[in-house]
Design a protein around this ligand. Sequence first.
Ligand code: A2P
Length: 272
Amino acid sequence: NVPLIRLNTGKEMPALGLGTWQTEGPEVTNAVREALEAGYRHIDTAWFYHNEGAVGKGIQQAIDKGVVTRDDIFITTKVWPRNMNRQTAFGIIKNSLKELNTSYVDLVLMHWPLRRARATADVYRGLEDAYNKQMVRSLGVSNFKPAEIETLMQTAKVKPSNNQIRIHPGFNQDNTVDYCKKHNISITGYSPLGTGTILDEPALVKIGKKYGKSPAQVAIRWQIQRGLIVIPKSTHKKRIVENFNVFDFQLTDKDMLEINSIKQNRIPDFWG
Ligand code: A2P
């Protein structure tokens, strides 16, 4: 009962997934397996996280236990573009498939825009090569602002189908969200709990109490109801389960407005 978001490639992406930034080794292997056992069908990783091998192991363990098949799940990874070009970016994706022990990934994102638009366009060509070779089912970007997407679209042959950006109730990214919605580019919000910094926000605590839900669950539900994809990160089974348990309640319009009016940028964000 996780909503599926239809991408502009026609593929469907589960609206809730497990984030794996800042976790490596056996810790993330266990978290991935536990998440799949808890019902998650979407796992988010990246070359830069240095954990694709460990994530792949967790997926394999769940497959071996009969919990899921590869085709049941949606895997996202990302290419770190610094010092990359079309050929090396393609090589990195090949390497990601090997690390993840899979013949394809569902989504590959360019992790950040490069300062030079031409360099960004060239790396993106490497992603397109992987797409054309059916190593990747959909392409996208991450940490791109509207102007950067606009520029990329001038040269891209495969339109990005997702932009993954940092979003939480104290950093709602309305501007980029609106732009992407208008252009049929889905949005994934990473660090939906503000990496744990927004859980004491009074509005989230108060609204959560009404439904018997935690502030984390309210923050996650808020993104789902905005039509966004959300990837909370945890390596603790209890929280992995808790973060998935957000489909048995609904925030009212009034709740949504109250969360929308939480003060923005209270915690300084490296992301402008
Ligand atoms: P841990 O991995 O030890 O469970 P974000 O998804 O915004 O990046 O936030 C991740 C941070 O929030 C991690 O430090 C994670 O810790 C913590 N966290 C994840 N889920 C919850 C939860 N349900 N309640 C409290 N803290 C959580």
